[in-house]
Design a protein around this ligand. Sequence first.
Ligand code: PLP
Length: 430
Amino acid sequence: MSDESVVGRQTALQERARAALAGGVSSNTRLLNPLLIAERALGCRLWDADGNEYIDYLLGQGPNFLGYAPPRVVEKVVAAQRDGVIFAATHVREIEAAERVLEVLGDWAETMRFGSSSTEMVQAAIRMARASTGRSVILRFNGHYHGWVDNIYSRDGGPQAAPASPGQAESALRDVLTIEWNDAQAFECAVATHADDLAAVIMEPIMINSGVIEPAPGYLEAVRRLCQQRGIVLIFDETISGFRLALGGAAERYGVQPDLAIYGKAMAAGYPCAAIVGRRELFAQVATGAVTHAGTFNGNVIAAAAVLASLDELASGEVYQRVGVVGTALMAALRACADDLLPDLRLQGLPMAFHASFGTGDEPVTSYGQLKQRDQERYSRLAVALFDQGVWVARRGIWYVSAAHTDADVTETVDRVAVAFKAFNLAAQS
Ligand code: PLP
């Protein structure tokens, strides 16, 4: 079922896609996987244009935490949009959605704004931090992703951030520093050198984009303490972790509160919506209009209804419990299967998001430097072997588990995985 072997409608559509859309896709992240032409999806299953069925662990890069087209959410969103979708005004549902989001996040989350993508919410956070501190420098970390915009997208290295893509203006990164994450000493050192210029520190509080690496004990607390002492705005980019690790995301799981946080993906059950949330004083100038934040589609009714419907599903905590059980079972079953067939395959992370890699050794991966030792090319080939057996995973190693995955799906997945592992081993021998 890989893109090389599919014949028929899928092949014709791939050709049309490549002609009509640059590279056949609308986001470069989608170039990282085989070009699958999706027809429909429901729960944890996705069907391509030839009717091939996949058990999905990509979840649209994360948003479909409740599974595809969760029926109660779809009903509520469809009903809501009959009232009109976008107004040059504040909609009742927008207020309700904001109140619910703030309520579940806790006391530190005093006010917020909605947007359509996390990329733009990160931009709002950077601007607000600079405006409120009167400083310009942003400290970020290797391996973390905060959108593709010129002033934050940077290649590995540092401390001076440098463009990761041709066409990026180098000057846009002049005030951005990059250091290693999960290294309290490196952080202290950067703050000691640059504190007077530092407006904000931005991080994924658990590095899900690179290896699903959890913060070392005490690390987030140390960062929080120093930011507090030096008047630096601490921004948690919870685009992936938010509403997925727990209702209150990584801040709740690790018990450390940011000044500002970015949410998206799991917050709105697959509908496009993002948010910036935080302390009221940081929003003061946005509230008066002195600091600009805008967006035609911000807070639209579809997004607000999706947030409300998603929170209706998540509020009881039952989803987290279920994903925890199913994800743990999946990780254990994959481990057992790998022990037999691919003993050097390493799995690490959490039941709702974990990472698989080759070549990272037996010890837990705790740093980006360690993760970079992985054999990415070999894992990519394994991801294609899995795809060929109807298991849709990201080539870069992440597996997402949704509320729609069941124990039966885990059993079926592992049957398919065993076939894929054997085929992968055979191909390696030939
Ligand atoms: N921040 C993080 C941590 C992300 O993982 C992503 C996207 O995957 C973004 C920001 C950008 O989000 P969006 O694609 O909604 O602009």
